[in-house]
Design a protein around this ligand. Sequence first.
Ligand SMILES: C/C=C/C(=O)SCCNC(=O)CCNC(=O)[C@H](O)C(C)(C)COP(=O)(O)OP(=O)(O)OC[C@H]1O[C@@H](n2cnc3c(N)ncnc32)[C@H](O)[C@@H]1OP(=O)(O)O
Length: 253
Amino acid sequence: MIESIRITEDNHVLEIEIARPEKKNALTGEMYRSMTNALGDASQRREIGAVLVHGAGGAFCAGNDLADFISGPDGGIAAFEFIRAIAAFPKPIVAAVQGLAVGVGTTLLFHCDLIYAAPDAQFIMPFVNLGIVPEAASSLLAPATIGYAKAAAMLLLGEALDAHGADQAGLITGIVAKDGLLDHARSKARALTAKPPEALLATRRLMKGDPTAIAARIEEEAALFRDAMQSPEAQEAFAAFFEKRPPVFAARD
Ligand SMILES: C/C=C/C(=O)SCCNC(=O)CCNC(=O)[C@H](O)C(C)(C)COP(=O)(O)OP(=O)(O)OC[C@H]1O[C@@H](n2cnc3c(N)ncnc32)[C@H](O)[C@@H]1OP(=O)(O)O
């Protein structure tokens, strides 16, 4: 186990805590690999009935570590392995979101089942701003979950949705006060593990819809994503982030 991903178990629930608070829980290759392994393990073990994901230190997750994107060759590969794993994960996933959920920090939520958010939660999918494209089948699942118009504001303009907006749009299950958020999410995860497992898993499978369409969209996005990562637009956006300046993209005229 690595320090920045803490895996624990309690009452048949496997908990994944993203714990890199000094970088707002941005995900590195080794963090993705650790979570992918934890999901693989949890899917095999009968005694695990649900997974709970949360972030340490006031943020949920600031998305992919942008330094990892720049430094390659791993940039993006571990992320897509994690995305495939969470999309195919057969058991219920509960998320407790406080503070920022950026990039994959939001898109992973489309593969969760119950999402509880603190009032300070902010959901942001800034892919276009970064010169890249959506991932985790969010180009399919965002319009399907929150409607095209809200998805367009998030995915084309990169606008944030706050907790209230996310609740209204149907992105989350509910809003819970920050100090009770984790306990609430834990109690819901435990409640899932007390249900008859076969009926629960079959119901979830039916609700999730056609897995081949989701898997195909993940791969379609991944191919575009890999190309976009090499583009001058993305290189400028990543450089601007670390130089703490606004990006300057090519003029239209
Ligand atoms: C396949 C997956 C794709 C994706 O996920 S694409 C999305 C990638 N993520 C992003 O583009 C988010 C980038 N980060 C930000 O825009 C901002 O940060 C936040 C809005 C998340 C937070 O802003 P604020 O509250 O002002 O905090 P701060 O001072 O910017 O961040 C604290 C420290 O955390 C580092 N950090 C934050 N996010 C990332 C990241 N994604 N990759 C690498 N570092 C990150 C910063 O640089 C800084 O560090 P220092 O204290 O050393 O200056």
